[in-house]
Write a protein that binds this ligand. Structure first.
Ligand code: GRG
Length: 281
């Protein structure tokens, strides 16, 4: 697929997700107006929408119902946004910037940021529960968020306290902190498609590889920026940048191998994987 086609593939789906998110979120004028405005500020700010795009590509691959897949993808993006809001708080990462803007707690207040984050989580669950397979969809989201997912990953991050991590510890942290939502991105449309267990197993493995490749690329890109926290372990502090790039290459190849049996229909997912890897080159 030519670069221009890949740009269209990502851009067309990103636009579809942004439009759907706009409809998915409560109107800013609807009370509590400040919380709804804050939820919209955070969720509609210019993110890449990688996780919902993965959901749409998986949905197309497995013939999941398109509108339900789009709704589930929006629910997942709301969970992702809720996690970013919490991660940026002074008691967590104390971020000064998010998606090129002020983090939500600076644009509004810490109190409003907390309520908006919970509001986004609740909206995600309310909407997901109303879809076919609603109970199972909510189970996937809850698993991704809780102590088997984001909460565990964030706990490992916070308790590391700047002490150097081994590559195994770093991998374990990011399997939960970054990987969990890529796994959910794949599993939500597979539930909607009522895909067989072997397909779920194969594509979950694909998601784990994609999530890890994404995080390593992110660390490589961050390392090229002015240093924010020099004590933090990343995939380029526990090994060299060349080793990190080779690890991305290996994960990309393995992810492509998982997609082989799915034939040409998996081309958008192959391109997504190549895109994630290419960000670090
Ligand atoms: C209860 C939801 C909840 C979470 C509690 C705070 C927390 C635990 C976890 C934080 C998880 C987190 C923010 C991980 C960072 C993952 C990451 C690399 C995010 C950036 O993803 P991109 O680059 O961002 O896809 P955009 O802005 O493009 O969406």
């Amino acid at each position: 697929m030519a670069a221009v086609d890949l740009a269209h593939l990502l851009e067309d789906r990103r636009i579809a997700v942004d439009r759907a998110l706009d409809r998915f979120l409560p109107a800013a004028e609807q009370p509590p107006a400040e919380i709804h405005a804050a939820m919209r500020f955070a969720a509609l700010s210019p993110g890449k929408r990688l996780r919902p795009i993965v959901s749409l590509c998986i949905g197309e691959l497995c013939d999941a119902p398109a509108e339900a897949t789009l709704q589930a993808a929006c629910a997942l993006e709301c969970v992702h946004t809720a996690s970013l809001i919490l991660d940026d708080l002074p008691c967590m990462d104390d971020a000064t910037e998010r998606r090129g803007r002020e983090p939500l707690h600076k644009a509004y207040s810490v109190e409003t940021a907390l309520l908006a984050s919970y509001g986004l989580l609740a909206e995600a669950f309310a909407r997901a529960s109303a879809l076919p397979q609603g109970g199972a969809l909510c189970g996937v989201l809850a698993t991704a968020i809780g102590t088997r997912g984001l909460v565990f990953g964030q706990h490992l991050d916070l308790t590391a306290g700047g002490a150097p991590m081994t590559i195994r510890q770093l991998q374990e942290m990011h399997e939960h902190k970054a990987g969990a939502l890529f796994v959910a991105a794949v599993q939500l449309p597979l539930l909607l498609a009522q895909a067989p267990p072997e397909t779920v197993q194969a594509l979950t493995a694909f998601a784990s590889k994609l999530g890890l490749a994404f995080q390593i690329s992110d660390d490589v890109l961050d390392a090229r920026e002015p240093i924010e926290d020099e004590n933090k372990s990343t995939f380029v502090t526990v090994q060299s940048e060349d080793e990190a790039l080779r690890q991305i290459e290996t994960l990309t190849q393995e992810a492509h191998e998982v997609l082989l049996p799915f034939g040409p229909k998996a081309e958008p997912l192959r391109q997504m994987t190549a895109y994630v890897a290419s960000r670090a080159r």
